[in-house]
Design a protein around this ligand. Structure first.
Ligand code: SF4
Ligand code: SF4
Length: 202
């Protein structure tokens, strides 16, 4: 040790002293968190399962439901997330879930301290993921990358506007039951990883 280094302030921090922590860079990627749409008071996530299928460690589970806000015309998301779980103990922080999400619904937050005594104690559910997301949103002043597409605020119909699709000719009657258009089946809504279930997206 030289005289110069003896009087220099330490460059390391005393862990876990809260007031001696080093600041986290804005670009820091911690564990994934779900974003909250404050304009309509619901998550951005529709439970579409794209991230669940893409996750290389298969640590995510999602389940969607019909959105009651859509029925009440308070949101334009037809489907909304009902159950979401990530086993953060198996997450490798690859951010593939963020890259594949089309709804601005998931981001890599600044959460990084999750030491636990049990292997599966880092399973986090929807409410925890949303809390992580809300903290992250207020920390960095987050806004969606595609607000026009992904905002849940319902689009108001202009008065006197004509419907976009109008049938000009009458469709011929089906001759038999075989010619009649089939009734669409209801897509499976319970969607856990590894199942081949498909879901309607908002
Ligand atoms: S891809 Fe996005 S919207 Fe779909 S389930 Fe994952 S977080 Fe939700
Ligand atoms: S960051 Fe990677 S490993 Fe972690 S939940 Fe997302 S896709 Fe899965």
């Amino acid at each position: 040790m030289t005289l110069k280094t003896a009087f220099r302030r330490p460059v390391t921090a005393q862990y876990p002293e809260p007031n001696k922590r080093l600041p986290i860079a804005l670009r820091y990627k911690g564990f994934p968190a779900l974003m909250w749409d404050g304009e309509v008071n619901e998550p951005y996530c529709t439970g579409c399962m794209v991230c669940v299928r893409a996750c290389p460690t298969q640590c995510m589970t999602a389940e969607m439901k019909d959105n009651p806000f859509f029925t009440d015309e308070k949101s334009r998301r037809r489907k909304i997330i009902d159950v979401f779980e990530i086993n953060l103990g198996r997450c490798i922080l690859c951010a593939i879930c963020v890259d594949v999400c089309n709804f601005d619904a998931i981001e890599m937050s600044h959460v990084h301290e999750l030491s636990k005594y049990q292997r599966n104690d880092n399973r986090v559910v929807l409410s925890q993921l949303l809390d992580m997301g809300k903290s992250y949103q207020s920390e960095i002043g987050w806004s969606p990358s595609q607000p026009e597409k992904n905002s849940g605020v319902p689009v108001k119909k202009e008065e006197g506007a004509k419907p976009t699709r109008q049938r000009t000719t009458k469709r011929p009657q089906a001759d038999s039951a075989a010619d009649a258009p089939s009734t669409p089946t209801t897509p499976a809504q319970t969607t856990t990883h590894g199942e081949s279930a498909t879901g309607d997206q908002a």
